[in-house]
Design a protein around this ligand. Sequence first.
Ligand code: 3HC
Ligand code: NAI
Length: 647
Amino acid sequence: MSVLSVRYQGETAIVTLDNPPVNAVSEEVRKGLVALADKLDEDNGVAAVVLTCAGRTFIAGADVREFGKPPVEPHLPDVVTRLEQAKKPWVAAIHGAALGGGFEIAMGCRFRVADRSAKVGLPEVTLGIIPGASGTVRTPRLTGVEAAVELATSGKPVSAHQALQSGVIDKVVEGDLLEGAIAFALEALNHPLPQPVSARPVETRDEAFWEKAKKQAARAGYQAPLSALDSIRFASRHSFDEAMAYERQTFLDLRASDEAAALRAVFFAERAAPRPAFFKDTKPRPAARVGIVGGGTMGAGIASSCLSAGLNVVLIERDDEALARGRQTVERTFAGAIKRGKLSAEGKDTLMSALSGSTDYADLGRCDLVIEAVFEEISVKRDVFKKLDRHCRPDAILATNTSYLDPREISSALKDSSRFLGLHFFSPANVMKLLEIVPVPETADDVLASGFALAKQLGKVPVRAGICEGFIGNRILKRYRAEAETLVREGIAIADIDAAMRGFGFKMGPFEAQDLGGLDIAFLQREGARAEGAVIPETLGDILVRSGRKGQKSGGGWYDYADGDRTPRPSSAVSDLLAAQVTNGPQLDPEEISERLVRAMAAEGEAILTEGVAHSASDIDLVEIHGYGFPRWKGGPMFWKDQRLRS
Ligand code: 3HC
Ligand code: NAI
């Protein structure tokens, strides 16, 4: 069966594209659209054409799976032009999302109508490319340069309402979209047709505009947003045809780039993550009411995340004071969301009304799932789980958010460990996308599946991790920091290491990040292990903490900080403290430094894979990208290392 079909209603031909899951524009779709445009042009009974899509969305873009292969004719820009040149006006009827090539096809149509919940956008930069079928050339002609720059460089879609306001679409249809689109098409035939988008004039903007936009686009840290901007700028100064040629060449160059390959790999890894093969047919247990024990940094963040996803939350604390603090933290999170325009005051009230608090574990009796986030101490945690065993329904899932403790030592406090698993959230838990899911040997399949289902509900990226110290992420972090310390011992300046990692794409280098989070947490952990007999050589961080340098909170760590200022300043006190540990080896350039550190991360990742702690290299990459700020456009340490080996 063809992906495209036509039916007729009076003088309107209704073309339906049905190419699951998201109606991506494959070779078959491109060929089919051209053939239909030819056929309908010759059909005297047809006055207008409505292009609609089956399933959950209008066209979500070019088929990303074709990007690794050579382009095949007809190319998408030619398809868009063919629709624009159709003798009968085409009307795009948009539901779901018209993205990238989907939006470009809509721009080839003479009109665009959408239902209220639809979105349109040019997300190509998120795949390391720029629009390749007139997105940077037609959009400024349709909606002006400024709106085009925002769409193409941010990659963020806009709502139907915003699209109507900026002239991207012609109408928001209330009620049935197809009926509305047909009515719109017939009404439009009563008036002279507007010019096709390609024939419309394009505005020019002064140098100051482009300079400002360039600074903004550069903030993303990688090439595609800058190239998208450059292409729009070119389009604002050249003919349509010249601009199309320029855009296409840039698109093809970027499509073949390392950044695009990395971003594509991440795109597919993220979509594969919530549905791992190992529990394909297992049904998760329901999780509508969630209990959270401990309302500190993590508990309050997890509560906010659950509430935002529409779940009911029961928060348990040690006493009324701690409970009030936890509740305030959740309130503050939502107040921040209101400030940023992400939540309304009424929305906040609704979310807060789904939160109840208690100091009595008996109030967890109706919960489907309970997540423990109390102090990182085995005796405290075991005590909590014994109480949970007494008070929770026997089928309720019980989870720990421990970072470093062995989940098996916690679960053994339960009568039935099959309902136990680790759910390792990252701080701030309402923001960070990563969720490491750590089963113990007894964890039931449907309990494990429920962890993944919860992640999906919360909009998180789930990764299954085996049991070892630090699971996947913190174990790699430890190796990364150790390698960074080795560089310092070899005589590389702390500030040079941080700068090199920022240059690589991290928001912060390893030492700045430790100063922000505090050096004492890892120190205490090492000390705890030493007290139990583990042989852990003294780290440079230990030397700093022992002399009172715990990071920003103590006025200094790896760097000095002036009062009330978070700017890290290289510290002569640190140089003195560490002098005896440092030998002066050869200096490294920034690429050599980042190479050393990312290779160390990848080597630890290899060990983790070999031990079966992670199931795939792409899972490790997702952990690093969504939990530790690894630059997405480098694909994660495992992808980066493989790319290096290939080149
Ligand atoms: N090509 C191929 N497959 C795609 C795709 C695309 N453009 N977009 C989504 N898919 C696939 C996903 O891989 C997934 O496949 P799977 O079920 O086998 O894992 C399936 O469609 C569903 O995707 P989601 O889980 O993301 O579905 P949602 O309903 O949550 O979201 C969506 C739908 C908002 C359309 C989202 O999929 C999306 O944002 N897709 C990417 C859109 C995009 O980036 N478009 C631009 C492409 S580049 C382009 O068009 C270049 C042009 O200018 C020439
Ligand atoms: P926190 O100290 O901010 O909060 C712990 C809370 O638990 C406190 O509010 C305390 O009153 C409460 N509490 C202690 N015993 C309790 C009990 N018996 N019953 C009810 N409440 C009790 O600690 P944080 O940072 O939130 O950490 C919690 C857990 O999450 C730890 O296991 C930690 O390792 C883990 N974690 C922490 C991350 C972080 O970045 N802070 C990241 C990921 C996991």
